[in-house]
Design a protein around this ligand. Structure first.
Ligand code: FAD
Length: 503
């Protein structure tokens, strides 16, 4: 296997499907899904050829857009009968290629499942379909003084089903937890068309915690068709501080100091100079463009709590060497500070024809060191990087800038990204913070986990999907892939996974 074959886009396809088999499947699908929900013409398939990891594209064999749970059940039964793999897709904003289609597979779009079924203010919960946009839940709950806490930067577009499948995070997850901590119950259709309920309407349920297992399973264990989410009361007050630093390392150390002091901010985000300038040019948030790094620290709670915490954090930031600390004077200014952070990804998109967004997590105390290493590697690889990320969680998002039209640059960006993830593992972190593994981080999963651990993951997959028809080839690498990857990454003369045969 060549190095190229290990690149995410060069994944193996499951068995080929003949034109006759495809036509037979289309005919049977048309018996269970309205004709406008079965797409097979070239021009109808094009919009589905990639997700947010748009460097990789492949046209699906078919796109199916069911409208009811019964239709999802029948579609999955048909795919199982024909042995055709299925890739679930929410809004397609995923950044690790989780919804990357298969040329011999069905892409199952959940976009038509876009209804909020019930809001229960007494139980502080909402029952929603998987295609509902993340932000739409908070908008609907606002009338009751409630909101849904996990807020990915993509919340205006991404679906709650995709959030569950990726265990999505966001600015407010530092204090309020990731998606897995904010859902109560899931309804899921298995590959053989059975509808199962995981979790329940109360806080705990008996047996293994399959709700947590399904969360973050990247469409590989079942198709999520309904979600009950927890809602939280809007805090009495929220206020944000903006602190400027003349070095990213000092800003990183300030993050560790804030959390170490016992204060848990509602959000604690960092941007480096490239990201600050890009965001400022884009949305005019009033950021100090000369700063090497800024921190945005939001505190929420009762009036008294926020006043006290603001004072403490301000003093701490100054003690940590902040060159300037500003407190948003009103809600308008607070939203303006956040607007720059929320728009940072598209803003960085204006700096370079393409960027590659990485996602890894490290212990907070190492933030400064890792950011310095990333800066050094940026020189070694000859590619610029903008850093904008959930600093409080230690969740890095280096955006590697490249030009796909310059031969070799995409490959260099991939290698650079891979090295950053391996660095995260070296420091005791993980290869994903919130974007999932998808196709992007398959090789780095080999660095993170031992063959025994990966074998256990495959066993869990087989318990739900014995024939491997749900999103095959994603999230959990085969041991052979790891052996090939390991063979190319001999570290200090030690061959990883020496027990696995090389091909
Ligand atoms: C600008 C930008 C900013 C982002 N910021 C953040 C951020 O702050 N935090 C964060 O966590 N992510 C972020 N993301 C990544 C992305 O938005 C999230 O991963 C999101 O959860 C994906 O939701 P989606 O509906 O687009 O899912 P898709 O991309 O359609 O699918 C993602 C995965 O979920 C599976 N899936 C989707 N729906 C279902 C279902 N109903 N049942 C089973 N499996 C399903 C798919 O098979 C795939 O594996 C960002 C993306 C962009 C483009």
């Amino acid at each position: 296997m060549s190095a190229d074959a290990l690149r995410p886009a060069n994944l193996e396809e499951p068995r080929a499907v003949s034109a006759r088999e495809r036509d037979a499947l289309i005919r049977e699908l048309l018996d269970v899904v309205p004709s406008h929900g079965v797409l097979h013409d070239d021009e109808d398939l094009r919009p589905y050829e990639c997700d947010g990891l748009s460097a990789y594209r492949r046209k699906p064999m078919l796109v199916v857009l069911p409208e009811t749970i019964e239709q999802v059940q029948q579609v999955l039964r048909l795919c199982q009968a024909h042995q055709v793999p299925v890739v679930a897709r929410g809004a397609g904003t995923g950044l690790s290629g989780g919804a990357f289609p298969l040329a011999n597979g069905v892409l199952l779009g959940l976009a038509k499942f876009n209804r909020i079924l019930a809001i229960d203010p007494d139980n502080r919960s909402a029952r929603v379909q998987p295609g509902v946009r993340n932000l739409a839940i908070s908008e609907a709950a606002a009338a009751h003084g409630l909101y849904y806490a996990p807020d990915p930067s993509s919340q205006i577009a991404c679906s709650i089903g995709g959030n569950v499948a990726e265990n999505a995070g966001g600015v407010h997850c530092l204090k309020y937890g990731l998606t897995v901590h904010n859902i109560l119950e899931l309804k899921v259709v298995t590959i053989d068309g059975e509808l199962i309920t995981l979790g329940g309407q109360s806080l705990d349920s008996p047996g293994y915690d399959l709700l947590a297992l399904m969360t973050g399973s990247e469409g590989m264990l079942g198709v999520i068709v309904e979600i009950t989410v927890k809602l939280l009361p809007r805090p009495e007050r929220a206020q944000v501080l903006l602190a400027a630093f003349d070095s990213v390392e000092r800003a990183g150390e300030a993050v560790a100091a804030i959390i170490g002091s016992g204060i848990i901010p509602a959000g604690l985000e960092m941007m480096d100079n490239n990201a600050i300038r890009a965001a400022e040019d884009f949305v005019h948030a009033g950021y100090p463009v000369e700063a090497e790094a800024i921190l945005l620290c939001e505190l929420d709670g009762t009036n008294a709590e926020v006043s006290e915490d603001i004072m403490k954090v301000r003093n701490l930031l100054i003690a940590q060497g902040a060159t300037e600390v500003r407190t948003a004077g009103d809600d308008q200014e607070r939203l303006r500070f956040w607007a720059g952070r929320k728009a940072a990804f598209p803003a960085v998109g204006r700096l370079s024809p393409d960027y590659y967004c990485m996602d890894g997590t490290i212990p907070r105390k190492n933030l400064g060191q890792i950011l310095r290493r990333i800066g050094e590697m940026s020189g070694e690889f000859g590619l610029r990087v903008a850093n904008v990320f959930h600093a409080g969680d230690g969740n890095l998002h280096p955006l590697i800038l490249y030009d796909a039209d310059t031969p070799g640059q995409l490959e260099r960006a991939e290698d650079f990204g891979g090295r950053i993830l391996e660095l995260c593992v070296e420091y005791g972190g993980t290869v994903t913070g919130e974007h999932g593994v998808g196709i992007e981080k398959l090789n780095q999963m080999c660095t993170q986990f031992t063959p025994d651990e990966l074998t256990q993951f495959h066993a869990v997959k087989a318990a739900f999907d014995p024939r491997g028809l749900l999103n095959p080839g994603k999230a959990v690498p085969t041991l052979h892939r790891c052996a090939e990857f390991g063979a190319m990454h001999v570290h200090h003369g030690q061959l990883p996974h020496p027990d696995i045969p090389r091909f």
